[in-house]
Design a protein around this ligand. Sequence first.
Ligand SMILES: [Fe+2]
Length: 263
Amino acid sequence: MIDIHSHILPGIDDGPARMDETLEMARAYEQAGFHVVIATPHHVPGTSWNPAPETVQSLVSHVNRILVHEGMRLRLLPGMEVGLDLDLARMLSKKALLTLGGTQYVLVETPFQRLPLNWEQMVFDLTAAGFAVVWAHPERCRQLQNNPAPMARMLQMGCFLQINWGSILGYNGGHVEKSAKRMLQKGWVHCLATDCHDAVSRTPAIGMDGMRILEEILDPEAVGVVAHENPVRILQSKPLTPVMPVVKPKKESGMRRLFSWKR
Ligand SMILES: [Fe+2]
């Protein structure tokens, strides 16, 4: 499996502070069945989270050398999770920011409260400059939970939507879980990612745990598209495969119903 969204690099954002924690995450990734991880540290203009591309690239190379030395199969690729900014397209064009694994896909962090009023202009600028926008965890945005219309607009504008494995597991609260599952049923989700930050709570294992929930919502072909095929297509710079809306939601298992009711 490929993870397109991960805070695995040490000492660069709110991910692991030290290399030993990074290696612990790498082991957890391997146990969960991942073989490629795009390291996507936060890049938020005007904050201390604004690593230079060279810093991310050299950290990725450093971690990869250690992974080889440790006899591990997992490999990292460089990327960033970039904050919304009017300067994004220009910064990406002059290579002052990183795309996902050097492709045209850009992982854009969806704000947790509200989208800026001029978000459509930013998407337009990015698209005009030849980039494809992948919105990270839109299901966690309060505005979009209450009104999904802007997500429909994102799709209309050619954007792609990535939800977190942890969201469908309910780790980010009931509203987020409901929003993520609704998006899956509407056929709006292009891929899932861990967005993991450590090896304990926001861990790579959520990819395995989340698969069971995903299989309750989508048919096997659609599960394959959002969990496996589209992350590969991102790395190959190919257009992503859309998923059809779920016509008749699958019946939840008894245990699952009981679990949801308890929350
Ligand atoms: Fe993230």
